[in-house]
Design a protein around this ligand. Structure first.
Ligand code: GUN
Ligand code: FE
Length: 448
């Protein structure tokens, strides 16, 4: 193995939330030992001249051909690994009925570690194939099956945040834990993941949501997150019935967001899925705590939870990433998450316009540049990984998708400019357009 690999061709990433940076004749040099980017260069007309005048002379060269480009790997900030079992089922139900009918029976079957192993291998392969190089996973309440999931992720090479789910109340008798064993198993799980000393793997404290967690459990989980310096993920303000039931259970808290805050769960390392129905003061609280949001647009439509207005969060400087929320969302693909986010944003535009009788409609829906940013840099920020991933910069990890516009679900008709080619990928591309997928320099999936 040579010390370096040089990727030469077009690469595309976010220069800022508003600005796509499309670099033709670019060079990304990857250190093969560390998987980190050692050098980035723009406008290299002649590769030989560049190599001869650099310290990368002996590098392996990978030519990114015409109609191909590299983009940063996708970051899925919220997905339920066991729920991939029934993706697409129950889409006629709303959240609380769907949980009882599909989710809890399915997740309880992961008590069987062999079943977990079989299922999780398929899940992780599918997500990698779709270009999800980093994923934040909810598993189940079972310590064993959670360890199995982490082992598989480690083998297959995804960068992942993994949570053992906690539930000690308002759950069916076949899928519930005692408070103390829930806390003990969470501690054991954190130690198991941290004991691997694999920088790609992070344990996450994962109270399912306030409905299924007692006050004692949430306080205990907050203490664990602090003790081990780990992130926290949960669901917040997803659906009207859920919000009403939650607030009836925790009457001493001012609102749903305050319930988590009152239990010490809104930290800088925490991120909340959905946040569809939030009062301004709740968003302000997330901003003040530096807590992030996972926007799960497919799920919000599919379980008809509501249409989240992402602009409100961005305007208040709340970190936002995208989540598939498999299987509240039926698709494991972040390209789908991008498109669902696009439709949610357009729906907001339509709602804003129709609410105005006259006067100027100043609502700006998300642009393609913003969509790609949220799926990469935004997700990295939510997970606290913005120094490590999300764009191609020296010192960051080479988490990348080698996009090939030919041979898949896209037609190039002739005359498309560079931006239009990227847009064709975002709106009409599929896993068939991903020639290779890399996590920290390692190739973890290939189309052929
Ligand atoms: N709220 C609590 N659990 C879940 C879940 O599994 N999926 C979704 N979408 N929302 C939840
Ligand atoms: Fe979810």
């Amino acid at each position: 193995m040579t010390k370096y690999t040089v990727y030469h061709g077009t690469f595309v990433h976010s220069a800022s939330i508003k600005e796509l940076d499309i670099v033709s004749n670019g060079i990304i040099v990857v250190d093969n030992e560390t998987g980190l980017i050692a050098h980035v260069e723009r406008d290299v007309k002649d590769l030989e001249t560049f190599l001869n005048s650099s310290s990368f002379e002996d590098a392996t060269v990978q030519k990114v051909e015409k109609e191909q480009f590299l983009i940063p790997g996708f970051v899925d900030t919220h997905a339920h690994a066991p729920q991939y079992m029934f993706a697409g089922s129950g889409m006629d139900l709303q959240l609380l009925e769907w949980l009882e009918t599909y989710v809890f029976p399915c997740e309880s079957s992961f008590k069987d570690a062999d079943h977990a192993k079989q299922a999780y291998e398929k899940v992780i392969r599918r997500f990698l194939r779709n270009g999800t190089t980093t994923c934040s996973w909810f598993a189940t309440i079972h310590l064993n099956a959670c360890q199995v999931l982490v082992d598989i992720i480690e083998q297959l090479g995804q960068r992942a945040y993994v949570g053992k789910v906690n539930m000690d109340q308002n759950s069916p008798d076949f899928y519930i834990e005692e408070t103390d064993s829930s806390l003990n198993d969470t501690r054991a799980f954190i130690q198991y993941v941290q004991g691997k000393k694999n920088e790609l793997l992070t344990p996450v404290v994962t109270p399912r949501f306030a409905i299924t967690c007692s006050s004692k459990l949430m306080h205990g989980l907050s203490a664990l997150a602090k003790e081990y310096q780990v992130p926290i993920q949960t669901h917040l303000c997803e659906n009207h019935n859920e919000i009403e039931f939650t607030c009836s259970l925790f009457k001493e808290s001012k609102d749903y967001t305050s319930i988590y805050d009152d239990h010490g769960l809104l930290t800088e390392k925490a991120y909340m899925a959905h946040c569809v129905h939030m009062k301004d003061e709740e968003i302000d609280m997330l901003a003040a705590r530096r807590t992030g949001v996972s926007h799960c647009a497919n799920s919000n439509f599919s379980l008809h939870s509501g249409v989240c207005d992402v602009r409100r969060f961005l305007e208040k400087n709340v970190k936002v990433g995208l989540g598939t929320d498999v299987a509240g969302g039926f698709s494991p693909s972040m390209l789908d998450a991008i498109r669902s986010t696009f439709f949610a944003s357009k729906t907001q535009k339509i709602i804003h316009r129709d609410m105005l009788e006259k006067g100027e409609d100043s609502y700006t829906p998300l642009s393609p540049a913003e969509l790609l940013y949220l799926a990469t840099v935004g997700g990295a920020q939510v997970l606290g990984l913005e120094e490590k991933i999300g764009s191609f910069e020296k010192g960051k990890a080479f988490d990348a998708l080698w996009v090939d516009l030919l041979g898949g679900s896209i037609d190039l008709m002739g005359g498309e400019n560079e931006l239009q080619k990227v847009e064709k990928f975002l709106f009409n591309g599929s896993d068939q357009n991903l020639k290779h997928v890399y996590v920290q320099g390692r190739r973890v999936s290939s189309r052929d």
